[in-house]
Ligand binder design. Structure first.
Ligand code: AMP
Length: 282
């Protein structure tokens, strides 16, 4: 596996691959890799000639400084995992490489209603940071396809919109959410849970799965109310539990005329904020 810290070295190698007619698949990550990330790498390897994974904890998408400071960093282990699965290139830039002080890397964008709900409403500036870093990475890597997880459902929708705005030729490929055997969605942040917190964390996915089971018998308002009641335990602080149109991301009160519906939640547990979602209808 090739590993590069600079844009110049990475681009040299990728230009070489492109001259050989090879297609490039790209998996952007913030590291502390788990099977969810690796499933995206596998998808890319299956479709593309060359797979590039970036590991970069992007400071501009963190709206809480402590969350950025405490974000797990396990680069050596990450590289071993990438090597083992057959990733071709890992890009490990530092902040100045992604945002050189003498380069204007700012990107002002308003995703409209898509960013006024759920993660966008609760993490001001988050999607602006995501858009900024992805725009930069797309310019650096110029991938044929980019692989992202359904775990971050709203992010996928925003990135789809971003690619359209940028008139990008990169295809966006979604990977399903990979879960622990008890249902907890894999997340780099799970590492920060203590034993007791880890034991109750699966209640989040359970509430989402239960919501899906009630579709035939309950109204969406009832489903939401019961899910909130399930999550109402002293260890959890629920930021939101929404049932939304999977395309517009706006809250819905009925599935009628809705092509895709999704239940999304964000819950604080101990020191971490966990998000998860389940597609109710597609
Ligand atoms: P992150 O490192 O958290 O920025 O995530 C990098 C990519 O991995 C994003 O596209 C995420 O949606 C995806 N991802 C994170 N967790 C999972 C998971 N449990 N299953 C599938 N994809 C995931």
């Amino acid at each position: 596996m090739y590993d590069y810290k600079t844009v110049r070295h990475l681009r040299n190698r990728l230009d070489g691959f492109r001259k050989e007619g090879k297609t490039i698949g790209f998996v952007p990550t913030m590291g502390a890799l788990h099977e969810g990330h690796i499933s995206l790498i596998r998808k890319s390897i299956a479709d593309s000639d060359v797979t590039v994974c970036s590991i970069f904890v992007n400071p501009t998408q963190f709206n809480v400084a402590a969350d950025l400071d405490k974000y797990p960093r396990t680069t050596e282990r990450d590289c071993a995992m990438l090597e083992a699965v057959g990733c071709d290139v890992v890009f490990l830039p530092d902040v100045d490489e992604v945002y050189p002080p003498d380069m204007d890397t700012s990107y002002e964008v308003d995703f409209g209603p898509l960013e006024r709900v759920m993660e966008g409403a609760h993490r001001p500036g988050h999607f602006a940071g995501v858009a900024q870093v992805l725009k930069r990475f797309l310019e650096i890597v110029e991938p044929d396809a980019m692989y992202m997880g359904q775990k971050d459902f709203q992010q996928l929708t925003i990135v789809r919109d971003l690619l359209k705005r940028l008139e990008s030729k990169t295809r966006l490929v979604m990977g399903e959410t990979i879960r622990e055997t008890d249902g907890l969605a894999m997340s780099s942040r799970n590492m920060r849970l203590n034993e007791e917190e880890r034991a109750i964390a699966p209640r989040i996915s359970k509430a989402l799965f239960n919501a899906k089971k009630k579709l035939e018998t309950h109204s969406l308002a009832q489903i939401r109310e019961e899910a909130l009641a399930e999550l109402d335990i002293p260890e959890f602080t629920v930021e939101y539990f929404e049932i939304a149109d999977g395309i517009t991301l706006q809250p819905i009160d009925s599935l009628e005329g809705v092509e895709i519906a999704v239940a999304c939640t964000a819950v604080h547990l101990g020191p971490v904020r966990l998000i998860d979602n389940v597609v109710l209808k597609e």
